[in-house]
Design a protein around this ligand. Structure first.
Ligand code: SAH
Length: 218
């Protein structure tokens, strides 16, 4: 009799292979990312694309990020486990799930209710208890919970997000793609004596960050 693989054994191994091909070596990050099912967080229409090495549509004209981009952004946050992290752009909830395993608390904001509620339904079902959800314009941050040790923006900002930077603690790290429709630079910003010290780490292409300090809604 053929014994089936445990449901996630093969997909997990494939994610590890992809990330290693892209030069990601952090063992803890590989372990966490391979233990979270992309398929489970995708809508039925695109679930069969869970193992592609790219972004995948999640409905509402949005996408789940490519695993290597999730890995690069997460690494740039330098999480040690005790941080309170603000994430802008819950989307599918994949990046949210990764953060929830590596930080103490995750505050995630999504402007589209359909996506926020779907991600929450799945992640709650998985027993993730350190995630707090909000529906609204994430460019304004989450003032009641600020300041944050880390802030990650998973949509492309047209300009430097000043309000989010304001909600970052001293020595905190903000990771944000900044650019236009054609593409952005993944920018890592550290707050030092209240001032931003920025470094561009890779070219990327995200959907638009739409809001008061983002692009206009169309
Ligand atoms: N990390 C997500 C990325 C989703 S795409 C994933 O891997 O699935 C980016 C998300 O940002 C979209 O869901 C989009 O609706 C959301 N978004 C865009 N502008 C936003 C804003 N101002 N506030 C909160 N979410 C926003």
């Amino acid at each position: 009799m053929r014994v089936p693989n445990p449901p996630d054994a093969v997909p997990g191994a494939e994610i590890i292979r992809q990330l290693q091909r892209h030069g990601i070596q952090d063992a803890r990050l590989l372990q966490v990312m391979s233990s979270i099912s992309r398929a489970q967080l995708l809508p039925p229409e695109t679930r069969d694309q869970a193992l592609i090495d790219g972004a995948v549509p999640i409905g509402c004209e949005q996408t789940m990020s490519q695993p290597v981009v999730v890995a690069a952004m997460t690494q740039a946050l330098r999480l040690r486990g005790a941080e309170r992290v603000l994430e802008i752009g819950t989307g599918s909830g994949y990046q949210t799930a990764v953060l929830s395993r590596l930080a103490a608390e995750v505050f995630t904001v999504e402007r589209l209710p359909t996506l926020s509620l779907r991600a929450r339904g799945i992640l709650d079902g998985n027993g993730s208890e350190n995630i707090h959800y909000r529906i609204g314009d994430g460019t304004l941050g989450w003032p009641e919970e600020a300041p944050f040790d880390r802030i990650i923006v998973t949509a492309g900002a047209p300009t430097f997000p000043t309000e989010l930077f304001r909600q970052l603690i001293e020595n905190g790290i903000l990771v944000v793609p900044i650019g236009d429709d054609e593409g952005q630079q993944l920018t890592v910003v550290r707050k030092s004596n209240g001032e931003p010290i920025s470094e561009e780490i890779m070219a990327c292409r995200f959907v638009k960050l739409i809001g008061q300090e983002g692009w206009f809604a169309c």
